[in-house]
Design a protein around this ligand. Sequence first.
Ligand SMILES: [Mn+2]
Length: 270
Amino acid sequence: MKSAVTVSLVPEARGGPFVYWDDLAAGCRAAAALGFDAVEVFPPGPDAVAPDALRALLDDNGLSLAAVGTGAGWVKHKLSLTSPDAAVRDKAVAFVQSIMTLAAKFDAPAIIGSMQGKWDGAVTKPIALRYLGSALFKLDEHAHDLGTTLLYEPLNRYETNLINTLGDGVQFLAALGTRSVKLLADLYHMNIEETNLADALRSAGPYVGHVHFADSNRRAAGLGHTDFAPIVAALVEIGYTGYLSAEVLPLPDSDTAARTTIANFRKYVT
Ligand SMILES: [Mn+2]
């Protein structure tokens, strides 16, 4: 397993669970200095990061790109894959595709988190799940064409009412028959929703494509009450070799959150 740390370039996401903010170059330097393998980047849009500049930053710092988030599609552009408006849904799919195309240049997956939206009012749960399924089906094609993976992230009940557990995520993807979509197992969301985090990871098995490495309170691993030993043991058991990426609050400050993360990554991942 490999380590990663998040860098957000989205001012509208301020207060969110990202370790480094605003300055991609500074975030990369800090990540490299602490010995992280990769950065996970949350850009405002596909054109906010020039591929050549990103390539140079990663190469200069000996880093890989772990994943690219699409959260700005929601927090900045108000695009949702389950909007009642078909034109908004189409724009949301196009936004995710554009981020996937950027990420694929670095062999990295894009992440669908908040862009999945919620069901409400005229959009009942079955309708919203049909919209989500239709979007994931199209995006699966795009991922397949690019030779990349797309990550779908079940969120806790306070952030979505669509799919909250890994088990429901597996069932949803299996029914769709997607080839290139995997699940993002966020240990913070899972702490709220799963009966047992290690069991949930074992059951999801090969569907686990990425892990957000966060403690129970969404602070750095080690600053809450999650027991990481059985979680890492379950990941080893299912043969997971991807990233443990710190999508956590920058508390008490960015560098302490990053330092605590990498110290606990080294403690548990041997
Ligand atoms: Mn997450």
